[in-house]
Ligand binder design. Structure first.
Ligand SMILES: Cc1ncc(COP(=O)(O)O)c(C=O)c1O
Length: 379
């Protein structure tokens, strides 16, 4: 039995995932956190930090910074300088700050994690969108659509890498093409790499995570990379993330946009970050194996049905499912009525699609997939 098989009751906890359907028999497979305990090294570190008893304002310390540098170099062969790091309480904060740090228009590729659609608006910036192409070989950037959505005022591209919700781990060639577009049109790329530790196809050499900024010095110069241990090690509630911004002037613009609105990072999150990056490699390897098993189950279930469809998921624990052929007026509500809480594709700019979070014990997933099948057949 895997430690990930152990169900943990979150129903009467602070979990927003589980409290959404409190009192109803609906399995929540929506918001992107997993129903697994954090790695033992993280939990032990948090106990030690709690024992200290003093929780004043905190900031990073040398061994924490070292753990980030070593993690990025060890996992992605990406060497960064300590001063390129800007600590943040979350990635969504980083997306909003990036939008405030530029003057012009913003471009992104849809479907996309909803804060990519709201951050430009909250920041008083115009958002232009290009649809990704859903091809027989999977999701791809549509370069004609990107060109058409680009304007001379475009200053920033919001990249999701790996992509939530379509699960792509963009290849070096795809990233190089984007970097060339950025160079030719002089825009910055803000690359949200929160899911970079969740490459499920890691056995294939082309399915490594390649940070956008690691492509070349030119790409680095026009990059803001957002990362966190939160998704991979299941600690998003601890509020700890960081931006890596190699270019000093861009970094100062970003820091300036943070002034007065972005608080210090939670000291427990900082402590957890070091333990996750330095001491949780075995837990991480086991997690990836477990998620692959869960993904196989999701694919087998979806493919057994006639109507819903999905492309392969290279990264994340999120399956992006096309249910348009079921002909449902309100797909998410239909699945909820059959006991399954999924994310509504409309929020991602794609009505008729649903996102299913398979980061849960196998027994929960099996029950959820039974309900999924019943809901499909009842449509
Ligand atoms: C692509 C992406 N960015 C950011 C976040 C949220 O980041 P945070 O909780 O650090 O604000 C998520 C959570 O699902 C995500 O999928």
């Amino acid at each position: 039995m895997s430690p990930f098989d152990q169900p943990i009751d979150r129903r009467h906890s602070d979990s927003i995932k589980w409290s959404k359907y409190a009192g109803r028999d609906v399995l929540p497979l929506w918001v992107a956190d997993m129903d697994f305990a954090a790695p033992p090294a993280v939990i032990e570190t948090l106990h030690r930090r709690i024992e200290h008893g003093v929780f004043g304002y905190g900031g990073p310390w040398p061994s924490l910074t070292e753990s980030v540098l070593a993690h990025l170099e060890g996992e992605y062969q990406w060497r960064i300088e300590a001063e390129w790091i800007v600590w943040l309480p979350g990635l969504v904060t980083g997306l909003n700050v990036a939008c405030r740090a530029v003057d012009g228009e913003i471009l992104t590729a849809t479907p996309i994690y909803p804060p990519f659609l709201s951050a430009p608006h909250f920041s008083g910036r115009k958002l232009n969108r290009a649809e990704l192409a859903c091809t027989d070989d999977g999701w791809r950037f549509d370069h004609a659509a990107l060109q058409a959505a680009l304007t001379p005022a475009t200053d920033l591209f919001l990249l999701c890498h790996p992509h939530n919700p379509v699960g792509r781990c963009w290849s070096r060639d795809e990233l190089l093409e984007l970097a060339a577009l950025a160079e030719a049109n002089d825009f910055i790329v803000c690359s949200d790499e929160i899911h970079c530790g969740l490459i499920l196809d890691a056995d294939k050499p082309d399915k490594r995570h390649i940070p956008f900024a690691s492509l070349s010095p030119e790409a680095a110069k026009r990059s803001i990379t957002l990362m966190a241990p939160s998704k991979t090690f299941n600690i998003p509630g601890l509020g700890c993330a960081f931006a890596v911004i190699p270019d000093a002037s861009l970094r100062h613009r970003f820091e300036h946009a943070m002034h007065g609105i972005v608080p210090h990072v939670n000291v427990l999150g900082l402590a957890a970050c070091e333990a996750a990056y330095r001491d949780s490699g075995d837990w991480h390897r086991e997690l990836i194996g477990y998620l692959r098993g869960n993904l196989d189950l999701v694919i087998a279930t979806v493919n057994r049905e006639k109507a819903p469809k999905m492309k392969s998921v290279e990264a994340t624990y999120l399956a992006w499912i096309d249910v348009r052929e079921l002909g449902l007026a309100k797909p998410a509500a239909h699945f909820e009525a059959h006991g399954l809480g999924l994310s509504d594709g409309a929020d991602f700019g794609a009505p008729g699609w649903l996102r299913l979070n398979f980061g849960c014990p196998r027994s929960t997933l099996e029950e959820a997939l039974n309900r999924f099948t019943i809901a499909c057949r009842a449509a």
